[in-house]
Design a protein around this ligand. Structure first.
Ligand code: BDP
Length: 720
């Protein structure tokens, strides 16, 4: 062999080693936070064996066992072997109904735990050190198993555990806005994962991974279809498909729900009316519910959008939302089902102020809904904007269980290419005090039912899931799915703690890496607020697709669809007066909010233009004029994105190449688009107020005409 060919051989060997290394470390995000990488710090006290506390594994306990074997193989480098007798270092999975192999005096009172709760305990049994995962039911055990595995994967010391958890809310649901044609309304991660054409005969293994991911964060319900509903899903062939999905989800404690199109009795039932007080209509829905429960015995119930954005509803027949909801509730009640009736309503007639409408329509109905109805309310009174005050219905309807609706998909926060961790947005809403009861009544206490003693309680998140390999369209958007589950389980949770857990599981347990990633996540949402809608501005996005800025739009079918309606900028002033001198939306809040937000001087800058109309020269708390402050906020938002880019770039080599690159590319898009939002907005405001830019601020890159002429036929996710 010549020295040349030797060199070639050596090169080939190196290349091969390189590609093997790449294949082993390539990550495409499919495994989510369940990737079970080997932690830097070996978890002390990890079990070596796993034992079921009963003979027969139910499908749920089997799922727990499977998860233990998958996770231990990669986290610990060797699979925890199943055993039937208690040895030292055994992980024992027990539940209220699975306890025979556990000595009576060692089995805690699992019934007392509550059906979905669990305890993790290091203890001695027959003189041997074991770890017990005890569930109030099998599903509690599965949740506890996921908790234990999360600790292992995070490199935690698990040698002396004495902990556990109980979900604070009863219903923890994803709402998919998925059409039967697989188009996802406001979806930025590909098509719908529900492959209606191939179901029920082909059941994609992906559904099981979806269920695992949800169960690992405590999600226990899935509404499969768009709230802009298609009645066809309630027909026999589709119900067969729904039943196949329900079968996959059942072991993971996940129930299926469907959106009910209010006019279904006409469209698929052949009736002439859908009037909720009509006896034939009532009988039709009862029959339909019976049919569904025959196929899906644990069907959860219906989610309904009615008399909103053109959807049919009880008001078409002069009936109230409560009459509509109660009619459907009666149909599912014999089977233990529930109805989630959405409060996101705005009628065909233009109201004086759209943000007042839900409260105006629903508040008088408090106390008239059936016991198995929840009213599902968006976090703010408008529509999932980057920042809104909390919805005034929270705390104002003590007789009705109110469910929180958050939007996980980022319709208004940059789709899937902008990095925006929503945990901080949700935390901000949940911890806000409503002042509707003595001794404190934060929004979280309305949502967990504790404020008014409701047995039914819940949280829904509009899903960001699609056929993209990484599920959510971007790696960081997985954090929003994860955080939603954690907040639904515990509305009092901390956004930062959740971010830390997610970052550890997703990128590894190196503490420096984790703290870099967490700090980037924690500034991300405010950055979006700054470059899109600072100082309480809202609803400035492009029409229809909602992509990019279009504050100049003022001529749509109805005024409250236009950005102009919300900012009302003139040469002298900007903002929407919602105080007593304006629409008086402020009156829907309890004191002291009326006073605080109703008074210009005490309104925090971040909600200023939401509640007040002020001159461009209005003096801000720091002495700047409103105009200068506005420009500075845009600049701060853009600067934060640059900062995020810098933080991320510094992590090169510490995050696998594939995910590192996608995040880098997306941050570059975000940087461009942040600049676009800033420049287009400033160009427009200047065309109205004629003011010069504050010193040092850069002029927009293009003139206003340029931004106005942009069009985006390719923007994803619109309704249709
Ligand atoms: C809006 C979306 C629209 C939804 C609607 C809703 O733009 O696609 O149908 O919310 O929540 O934000 O019903």
């Amino acid at each position: 062999m010549t020295p040349g060919s030797l060199r070639l051989l050596a090169c080939a060997a190196l290349l091969m080693a390189g590609s093997i290394f790449q294949a082993a470390s390539a990550e495409d995000g499919y495994d989510l936070w369940l990737r079970y990488a080997k932690p830097v710090h070996k978890p002390a006290g990890a079990a070596g064996h796993v034992m079921l506390a009963c003979e027969e594994a139910s499908p749920t306990l089997q799922a727990a066992l499977d998860e233990v074997s998958t996770a231990s193989a990669s986290v610990l480098g060797k699979t925890m072997r199943p055993t039937e007798r208690i040895r030292g270092g055994t992980l024992i999975l027990a539940s209220e109904t699975c306890r025979d192999r556990l000595p009576e005096d060692k089995a805690p009172d699992m019934a007392a735990l509550g059906p979905e709760a669990y305890a993790l305990k290091s203890m001695k049994v027959n003189g041997r050190k074991v770890t017990l995962v005890a569930g109030g039911s099998d599903i509690g055990t599965l949740y506890g198993t996921f908790d234990y595995l999360r600790r292992l994967a995070s490199g935690e010391d698990v040698s002396s555990l004495d902990t556990g958890s109980t979900p604070a809310t009863k219903l923890r649901l994803l709402n998919h806005w998925d059409g039967l044609d697989r188009h996802v309304e406001r979806g930025y991660a590909g098509q719908s994962i529900w492959d209606w054409h191939r179901l029920p005969d082909y059941v994609d293994p992906r559904y099981t991974d979806y269920a695992r991911a949800n169960a690992s964060i405590g999600i226990n319900g899935v509404s499969l279809t768009n709230v802009n509903a298609n009645a066809l899903v309630l027909t026999e062939p589709y119900l067969e498909k729904v039943a196949a999905l329900a079968d996959v989800f059942r072991p993971y404690g996940i129930r299926v729900y469907l959106t009910a199109r209010f006019s279904a009795p006409i469209e698929i039932g052949g009736l002439e009316t859908a009037d909720p007080l009509d006896a034939d209509v009532q009988a039709w829905w009862k029959g339909k519910a019976d049919e569904i429960y025959a196929k899906v015995p644990d069907f959860g119930g219906f989610l309904v959008k009615a008399n909103s954005e053109g959807q049919p509803g009880p008001q078409d027949y002069g009936r109230s939302h409560a009459e509509g909801a109660d009619m459907l509730a009666a149909a599912v009640d014999p089977h233990g089902g529930i109805v989630m009736w959405r409060a996101f309503v705005y009628s065909a007639e233009e109201p004086e102020d759209r943000v007042k409408q839900a409260y105006t329509e629903f508040k008088p109905l408090d106390g008239t809904f059936a016991d198995n109805v929840l009213v599902q309310v968006k976090n703010g009174p408008l529509d999932f904007q980057p920042r809104e005050p909390f919805h005034p219905m929270f705390g104002a309807m003590p007789e009705t269980p109110l469910m929180m609706e958050f939007q996980i998909t980022k319709e208004y926060l940059g789709f899937s290419t902008h990095l925006a961790y929503l945990g901080t947005l949700w935390e901000e809403v949940l911890e806000t005090e409503t002042f509707t009861a003595e001794g404190g009544a934060p929004v979280a206490s309305v949502i967990d039912g504790s404020l008014d003693g409701h047995a039914l309680s819940g949280m829904a998140g509009v899903a960001n899931i699609g056929t993209d390999r990484n599920w959510s369209g971007s790696h960081f958007d997985q954090a929003n799915w994860y955080a939603f589950g954690r907040f639904a389980w515990d509305p009092h949770a901390s956004a930062e703690d959740i971010a830390r857990d997610w970052a550890t599981l997703t990128f590894g347990d190196d503490p420096d890496l984790v703290s870099e990633i967490v700090s980037l996540m924690m500034i991300s949402r405010e950055a979006v607020v700054d470059y899109m809608t600072p100082l309480g501005l809202t609803h400035l996005m492009g029409t229809g697709h909602h992509y990019g800025p279009a504050p100049w739009v003022d001529d749509l079918g109805r005024a409250d669809w236009t950005p102009y309606y919300y900012h009302r900028a003139t040469q002298d002033a900007i903002g929407f007066d919602r105080t007593a001198t304006g629409s008086d939306a402020i009156a829907q809040y309890a004191e002291p909010w009326q006073e605080t937000w109703g008074t210009l001087e005490t309104t925090p800058p971040e909600l200023l233009l939401w509640f007040h109309r002020v001159g461009w020269d209005h003096e801000m708390p720091d002495g700047e004029t409103l105009w200068d402050s506005l420009v500075h906020h845009y600049d701060r938002g853009c600067a934060r994105v640059v900062q995020m880019q810098r933080h991320w770039a510094a992590l090169e080599g510490r995050v696998d190449a594939e995910r590192f690159q996608q995040v880098s590319d997306f941050l570059a898009i975000q940087r461009q688009e942040a600049q676009w939002w800033r420049d287009a907005s400033i160009a427009y405001w200047q065309s109205i107020n004629g003011l010069p830019l504050p010193e040092g601020a850069a002029a927009p890159e293009h003139d206003l005409a340029y931004y106005k002429a942009l069009s985006f036929p390719h923007a994803p996710g619109q309704g249709h």
